[in-house]
Design a protein around this ligand. Structure first.
Ligand code: CAA
Ligand code: NAD
Length: 288
């Protein structure tokens, strides 16, 4: 049976998603240890989280005291060995199967609690591939958060043929009761529920731009005003990151071999040019 309530969390990666996951965990009163490979990346991750906490204060969602307390709960390390005592680890590094499997292999050796939850925030890599990189696939699950993590209430919970019922229950309880997220279950197929629907839509919008069918601005305006989406597909692609959208599309195409998942040449060229979207200062739109 499960050990005590999860209060010691680890987050691997402090990019857009890792920073958001670390922030919501710290705001939920857990002790959070964040891994980044260098001091510089750790410093950038910490600033990303502090900026977001500041935003929480300025929008009245957090008090100054809550912001301060959340920031005290966050520690950074560049040594995965420091994760030995974690009860839950959420991996949120780049969408690259080789990088993620190497991390799961290492984490499995380091994290001592046999009931600890080893979760991945992958958008598209089947969780079984990560589980089988470990010797304890029973404790590996997918916990897929949405961007921006402090704002969007969903977590997709993905279990594999090997995930234990106990680990599944602990992951679900953590997402719902500790973080206050809404949970939907998905089977272990590349893209899970949301990206199976969303990614073909984003790729179709890119194909529309590529073919000269309509402008970037008009496509986005059409979906915001015509369908009440909070942002259009090209702005959303910029938010997610074009490198990430390409990596997701590649994985989904690898799994299903269906043309709707194949990344269009314009996306490939933009990634090659470093136009990765909002995080890079330039994508379909420029960012200051
Ligand atoms: N951190 C914390 N809070 C944030 C935030 C962030 N990064 N970004 C926005 N917010 C908060 C703001 O403080 C604001 O709060 P209040 O309403 O209380 O003032 C609220 O969110 C709205 O923000 P803004 O007014 O600045 O901007 P907006 O109204 O244009 O909303 C948005 C911005 C929340 C990003 C909204 O446009 C949105 O929800 N867009 C769609 C995002 C989406 O679809 N995400 C899913 C991507 S797919 C994915 O995540 C899965 C995958 O695997 C790729
Ligand atoms: P990001 O580019 O903002 O951050 C990437 C992170 O990976 C950084 O912490 C970086 O230091 C780390 N990293 C890069 N190369 C590495 C390596 N070789 N070894 C170890 N760490 C490395 O990306 P992101 O948007 O935060 O995405 C992270 C994960 O979350 C991906 O699996 C992505 O599919 C998933 N995800 C992304 C979104 C989104 O909207 N961007 C939404 C849900 C899930």
């Amino acid at each position: 049976m499960a050990s005590d309530k999860i209060s010691r969390v680890g987050v691997i990666g402090a990019g857009q998603m890792g920073a958001g996951i670390a922030e919501v965990c710290a705001r939920a009163h857990t002790d959070v240890l964040v891994y980044e490979s260098t001091r510089e990346l750790a410093a950038a991750g910490r600033s990303r989280i502090l900026r977001s906490l500041d935003r929480g204060v300025s929008s009245g969602k957090l008090t100054e005291r809550e912001r301060e307390q959340a920031s005290w709960r966050l520690r950074f390390t560049s040594d995965l060995g420091d994760f030995a005592d974690r009860q839950m680890v959420c991996e949120a590094v780049v969408e690259d199967e080789a990088v993620k499997t190497a991390i799961f292999k290492e984490l499995d050796k380091v994290v001592t609690d046999p009931t600890a939850v080893l979760a991945s925030n992958t958008s598209s890599i089947p969780i079984m591939k990560l589980g089988m990189a470990t010797e304890n696939a029973n404790r590996v699950v997918g916990m897929h958060f949405f961007n921006p993590v402090p704002v969007l209430p969903l977590v997709e919970l993905i279990t594999t043929l090997m995930t234990s019922a106990d680990v599944t229950a602990r992951a679900e309880q953590f997402a719902a009761d500790v973080l206050g997220k809404q949970v939907v279950r998905s089977t272990d197929r590349s893209g899970f529920v949301v990206n199976a629907l969303l990614v073909p839509y984003l790729l179709s919008a890119i194909r529309m731009v590529e073919s000269g069918f309509a402008t970037v601005e008009d496509i986005d305006k059409a979906m915001v005003l015509g369908c009440a989406h909070p942002m259009g597909p090209l702005k959303l692609t910029d938010l997610v990151g074009l490198d990430t959208v390409k990596a997701i599309a590649d994985k989904m195409y690898e799994e299903f071999k269906e043309p709707l998942y194949s990344p269009p040449p314009l996306l490939l060229r933009m990634v090659e040019a470093g136009r990765l979207g909002k995080k890079a200062g330039h994508g379909f739109y420029p960012y200051a």
